[in-house]
Ligand binder design. Structure first.
Ligand code: PMP
Length: 291
């Protein structure tokens, strides 16, 4: 079946889904996006993703030409038309078509795009054995520049991190903030486990308020783990019993090595494995059912 893409109120083919070279999303990375998953016809944490999208829009003063309810309907319809009960949704809202100047007032209408696809970012082997990762010299953006809480289309900082990960031949890398505290991965939040307590950096450190992160924190509390949202350093990561990343695309994935230090037993640890299993259960029910 041919792929259908939502583009500014219309459902079009992949070939027809083109935007202007004057779109400020293209010219300046001026816009926002969400990555969302559908599991068995359930848009996982749909409202939470839309809340974050509309918060990002408010922060950058971008008017989305659809209400949140209309956006949810557009998501549902795009998934239905693609008949894809298990997939990944990329929802993009750019500033829209303007001129070559960067003034957003020259862009009267935002562009809205919804793409639904199949996605597998890491090989199955990585989920069984854990990822190797490294810390990188590219720091997380400071909050008084492009705030990491805004899920903006400008991912160049994260792409620089990805390039460093590629050069080290690893799938994900760890960014520190300007003060040297662990922030997050290029597209994932980070957790460590030490002596039975789970730690994740508070988002003010310089991390996206990840929706998978929040789901894992909720599960951790539900299952009685001690959970602390507090700053930590690379040393704490090196000596952790377990390390794992969370993200919509990656889901929950263990880390077996950081900067050459083997983490715990060098495989996914018991807390990570338990949370991974519980996460796999809630993804089918916690959201908005399409089919
Ligand atoms: N941090 C960054 C920088 C990301 O791009 C992502 C992926 N959206 C995440 C964390 C994880 O967030 P979520 O669980 O909402 O996908």
């Amino acid at each position: 079946m041919a792929q259908v893409i939502y583009l500014n109120g219309k459902y079009v083919t992949k070939e027809e889904a083109v935007v202007s070279v004057y779109d400020h999303g293209f010219l300046y990375g001026d816009g926002i996006f969400e990555g969302i998953r559908v599991y068995g016809g359930n848009i996982f944490k749909c409202r939470e993703h839309l809340d974050r999208l509309y918060d990002s829009a408010k922060s950058i003063m971008l008017d989305i030409p659809l209400t949140q309810e209309e956006m949810e309907q557009a998501l549902i319809e795009t998934i239905r038309l693609n008949a894809l009960p298990d997939g990944y949704i990329r929802l993009i809202v750019s500033r829209g078509t303007g001129n070559l100047g960067l003034d957003p007032r020259r862009c009267p209408v935002a562009s809205v795009i919804i793409i639904v696809e199949q996605l597998a970012i890491y090989p199955v082997e990585a989920y069984l054995n854990g990822l190797k990762t490294v810390s990188v010299s590219t720091a997380r953006n400071i909050p008084n520049a492009l705030n990491p809480k805004i899920k903006s289309l400008n991912y160049l900082n994260n792409i620089l991190v990805k390039i460093q990960a590629n050069l080290a031949d690893v799938g994900e890398a760890i960014m520190l903030n300007a003060q040297g505290y662990v922030a997050e991965g290029s597209s994932d939040n980070i957790f460590i486990v030490k002596k039975g307590t789970i730690y994740t950096p508070p988002c003010y450190i310089g991390a996206l308020e990840g929706i998978t992160r929040a789901a894992i924190m909720e599960l951790a509390e539900q299952y009685g783990y001690k959970l602390k949202e507090e700053p930590f350093t690379l040393h704490d990561v090196y000596v952790a019993d377990e390390v794992f990343f969370t993200g919509t695309a990656a889901e929950v994935i263990a880390v077996r090595e950081v900067d050459g230090r083997v983490i715990g037993s060098g495989q996914a640890g018991p807390v990570t494995t338990h949370l991974m299993e519980e996460f796999r259960k809630i993804v089918f029910v916690d959201g908005v059912q399409v089919f």
